[in-house]
Design a protein around this ligand. Structure first.
Ligand SMILES: [Zn+2]
Length: 200
């Protein structure tokens, strides 16, 4: 992970070919952050499906029982904590409007390209999660920087806690609906008895 961030920070010093190779490696499936989340959840007793193609955004992990999709996002590609405002305030230099975060620094060369790419990714992420929410799925994003060794266990623990919390919340909601249904059923039964009695 630390290596990954290091590569991104130093990308300006790489040749185009090296950069391409680096990016391809970082962007490949079964990346290390994803493996950490998989192993962490598995060892905590959670079971999941991987890269579920039928759902918008092909979530990295899908936990049906918890009605939850998990995305493990690279901080650079998905622009973690980086503000990419549109340049509509009269300032002409892109450097003036970008606020890098500690885990996502936009390379100085080809800046327009990277900004456009990362912004597109951010917008796509939002749109996919909106679709999933409309389908009744919870979405959790785990960021690569939250998985570095010093934070890893705490992140995985809180992920497990969130999943259990969501599960209980959903069950409570289902119970509430059942209760409302039962009450409505009882009311209907009472009305039937009443109308039967009034006809006698
Ligand atoms: Zn990050």
């Amino acid at each position: 992970m630390i290596n990954l961030c290091f590569n991104i920070v130093n990308m300006d010093h790489l040749t185009a070919q090296q950069r391409h190779k680096n990016m391809a490696a970082i962007h490949s499936k079964d990346t290390k952050p994803e493996m950490i989340v998989r192993k962490g959840l598995w060892s905590r007793g959670f079971r999941y499906r991987l890269n579920y193609k039928r759902l918008p955004g092909h979530p990295d992990l899908v936990l049906r029982k918890y009605r939850t999709c998990i995305f493990v996002n690279g901080c650079f590609w998905h622009g973690h904590l980086v503000a990419l405002p549109q340049m509509s305030d009269g300032r002409s230099k892109m450097e003036d409007v970008i606020e890098n975060s500690s885990c996502c620094k936009i390379p100085k060369t080809n800046r327009e390209f990277w900004v456009a790419k990362i912004r597109r990714n951010q917008e796509r992420d939002k749109e996919e999660q909106r679709k999933l929410a409309a389908m009744g799925w919870h979405c959790i994003t785990v960021w690569e920087c939250e998985l570095k060794p010093s934070k890893r266990e705490a992140t995985l623990d809180s992920l497990a806690f969130s999943l259990n919390h969501l599960f209980l919340q959903d069950r409570k909601r289902v119970k509430m609906y059942q209760q409302v249904d039962e009450n409505a059923g009882m009311l209907r039964a009472a009305e039937t008895v009443e109308s039967f009695n009034s006809k006698k």
